[in-house]
Design a binder for this molecule. Structure first.
Ligand code: PMV
Length: 337
């Protein structure tokens, strides 16, 4: 029987960078995000009698290729397959196809949607439906794939990841559903090259920044501000807080040993343009970056067309991806093979 799932990426308004436990993948701090409907992973999986797993992956505008254990993230996927097979007490291997509709490795949280879609499909295929239906448990299972950002794609809309102190207490909780607030996330693609330092490497290096503890100290009040701004739909509070947060994370990245510089000239151009548009025209749009050069520009629905138009008129912006809040990972009957 074939099982298919669709999972969204998410954009973190409060980020995590660094872990408190590298075995259980417990992040150093809570994080808060919004699922984004324009960036998705679609996965189809079938259990087969075979001596090995067949995993095919396809990224934006590329062909399907066999997944090889040649990166930390790929190895994490093979480990997750083995772990869930063991949990189910099965000997059956898998045939799987998984595709993303957006560029990978460009700081667009491609691993979040992939890990969420693949973990959900594995649980359903191996008969562990109760772990898929219980979204807190689903979020714990996704965490064991090695991506704490993927955990947030387990639930609908606006989601908080609780770092916790052990496997049980480290899971996602929903702040508000996808229809609560129609924020828009316009991703301005300024670079598509593979990033030099992966987030998996970055989480191991974060503590080498002399500013890491300072970031964690100021984190609690920023978490409260962002959570409350979402509940109150208060964009004047949310916007400045997410910019401050994004830059705080990038300060850690740039001061780790060795450092990682994700921003490029196009990133800086968009940051400055947004500041000018706010100062000169009162156009309320704010940036946030993941581990990559491409800014996610957050605004309210009423300003989305204008912001998109202005971003597309900047020579550094190659194209934009417009996203609205959406549900978390879902089962679908639309199969890829
Ligand atoms: O989940 P990972 O290991 O791919 O880490 C991603 C972390 C950031 O995207 C940079 C921030 C976040 O919380 O999404």
């Amino acid at each position: 029987m074939k099982i298919s799932t669709l999972a969204p990426a998410n954009i973190a308004f409060i980020k995590y960078w660094g872990r408190r436990d590298h075995e259980l993948f417990l992040p150093a701090n809570n994080s808060i995000s919004m699922n984004i409907n324009g960036c998705k992973t679609h996965t189809t999986l079938e259990l087969v009698e075979s001596d090995q797993d067949h995993v095919l992956v396809k990224f934006h505008k590329q062909e399907y290729k066999q997944l090889l254990p040649d990166s930390i993230k790929a190895r994490n996927i093979f480990d997750q397959i083995k772990r869930i097979r063991q949990l189910a007490g099965s000997n059956l291997k898998i045939k799987m196809k998984s595709e993303n509709n957006f560029p990978a490795d460009a700081g667009l949280a491609s691993s979040a949607s992939s890990f969420a879609a693949i973990t959900a499909a594995l649980l359903l295929a191996y008969g562990l439906k109760e772990k898929f239906d219980d979204k807190q448990e689903l979020s714990r299972q996704i965490r064991l794939c090695g991506s704490a950002s993927a955990i947030r794609s387990a639930m609908d809309g606006y989601v908080e990841m609780l770092t916790g102190f052990d496997h049980e207490s480290s899971h996602a909780v929903q702040i508000a559903g996808e229809n609560h607030w129609n924020l828009v996330d316009i991703i301005a693609i300024v670079e598509t090259g593979k990033k030099k330092v992966s987030s998996s490497q970055g989480h191991e290096l974060a503590e080498t920044s002399p500013y890491f503890q300072a970031r964690l100290t100021e984190m609690q009040s920023r978490l409260d501000t962002v959570r409350q701004a979402i509940l109150d739909k208060d964009f004047t509070k949310l916007g400045p807080a997410i910019e401050e947060e994004s830059t705080s994370m990038h300060a850690i990245m740039m001061t780790m040993k060795p450092p990682a510089y994700y921003w490029g000239a196009g990133s800086m151009r968009v940051m400055r343009a947004l500041m000018d548009w706010r100062d000169e025209d009162d156009l309320q749009a704010y940036f946030t970056f993941d581990a990559g050069a491409n800014p996610h520009v957050i605004c309210e629905e009423k300003d989305a067309e204008e912001v998109k138009h202005r971003l597309e008129s900047l020579p550094e912006v190659q194209w934009t991806i417009l996203n609205r809040p959406c549900k978390g990972v879902q089962e679908t009957q639309d199969h890829l093979f």
